[in-house]
Design a protein around this ligand. Sequence first.
Ligand code: 5GP
Length: 144
Amino acid sequence: MTLHDTYDPNNIFAKMIRGEVPCVKVYEDDVALAFMDIFPQTEGHTLVVPKGVEARNLLEMPDDRVGPYMERVQKIARAVEKALKPDGLVVTQFNGAPAGQTVYHLHFHILPRREDEPLRRHSGGDPADSGTLEALAEKISAFI
Ligand code: 5GP
């Protein structure tokens, strides 16, 4: 997948937004959906995707939708920080396969970082236990 290509409405995140594929939800409104990453690179790895847009990456996001979406990214990042009290927080986003993107619907990663916790592999390894993800999502959503 190159940086510029056709949006695939059947990508996994679009299916989650439509409720066709399950996810462990942290937050949802008319602008964004936040859920736990199934291959967390650290404990509490959360994704925030915009709703109602066909944007494969940040470059394709309509100007008037960026602001409200980024407010949600900040809202979730603050809740992750309050709930999990990490030593640091990475908020990141990849555009195009050479940049590391693997799912082509815009999303921000929120990654709690702790002094003693190594960063696990991106988008791989064993999926996390759903009970563990549900407990984390509940903790985070309590602070939204
Ligand atoms: P990207 O590589 O596009 O920046 O990030 C895609 C993210 O989606 C990865 O961190 C990957 O672990 C996550 N992911 C891929 N498939 C699924 C899935 O089916 N469910 C959830 N919750 N996360 C997924």
